[in-house]
Design a protein. Structure first.
Length: 278
């Protein structure tokens, strides 16, 4: 939503995009209305972007690249920086590593992992968090989270493993329809060749052992084959590089996977729960 206060708080990238877009538009001899028509936006939307009352959305940056970019990829590169500026401060270091990862091994406990969330689920989750966030900030965070999904179709392909607690599948976020769509989305993700999705059943501790009792984790293998661990307890962040500590987390993750349902059983459970939401 366009707001006057956005002009004062606009990020450096948003200001640069506005300045470059305006200069390139003027160079072409176009009015804001003409540029908007070329991109499929209103003149008011173009004006809001150029004054930073409403910084360019990811969709607008794509159109700006097509219409004004002239192959220089100025606006395409701006998409990367704009997304980075929207992430919470504690997350920015990790997301750079995540987007370049060769392998991701993920363990999520209370809610569906962000990479696997639908837009509606993500909006309900972020919008219902504490402390409450302004609506425009919720939308920024949802957009930034959805942009991370490009990893699924990236070239070179990333291998992604997710172990998800059964309780996260049964914990309603938003409403029944949001949960049904989220479960169906998980089932679609599980069908991808580069994705392995396994559910850790709620009764995994009946034998006296629950390897995942210390909480969620992200294990990353970089293109250089370095191995890292990322933890994010209570909005804090920790990116672990020490080989000994990473090894301990990797062993724990392997044990968690050993206690999980296999991929076929996991998919069956997810589809069953989705059916129950109808």
């Amino acid at each position: 939503m366009a707001r006057a206060e956005n002009k004062e708080s606009a990020s450096p990238t948003a200001r640069l995009v506005a300045d470059v877009a305006r200069k390139l538009r003027v160079r072409k001899g176009w009015t804001q209305e003409q540029l908007g028509r070329e991109m499929g936006f209103s003149a008011a939307a173009v004006s809001a972007m150029e004054t930073c009352a409403q910084p360019a959305s990811d969709e607008m940056l794509v159109k700006l690249e097509q219409v004004l970019g002239d192959g220089l990829e100025i606006f395409e590169q701006a998409r990367v920086y704009m997304r980075m500026e929207k992430y919470p401060p504690q997350f920015k270091d990790y997301v750079l590593v995540e987007q370049k990862a060769l392998v991701l091994r993920l363990y999520a406990t209370f809610v569906v992992h962000g990479l696997f969330q639908t837009e509606e689920y993500s909006r309900a989750l972020i919008g219902g968090g504490y402390p409450p966030l302004p609506e425009h900030r919720v939308e920024e965070l949802v957009e930034a989270r959805m942009a991370r999904k490009a990893l699924f179709d990236r070239v070179p392909v990333a291998t992604i493993e997710l172990v998800l607690e059964e309780s996260a599948l049964k914990r309603p976020i938003g409403d029944d329809e949001i949960m049904r769509k989220q479960l169906l989305h998980l089932a679609e993700c599980a069908e991808r060749r580069n994705v392995t999705l396994e559910v850790l059943p709620m009764n995994c501790g009946l034998g006296g052992e629950h390897a995942g009792d210390r909480g969620e984790m992200n294990l990353i293998e970089t293109p250089e084959h370095d191995h890292l661990v990322y933890l994010e307890p209570q909005d804090e962040s920790l990116l672990i590089r020490d080989p000994g500590k990473v090894s301990t987390y990797a062993q724990r993750y392997a044990r968690i996977r050993a206690q999980a349902l296999d991929p076929r059983e996991s998919l069956g459970l997810i589809e069953q729960l989705a059916g129950e939401q109808r």
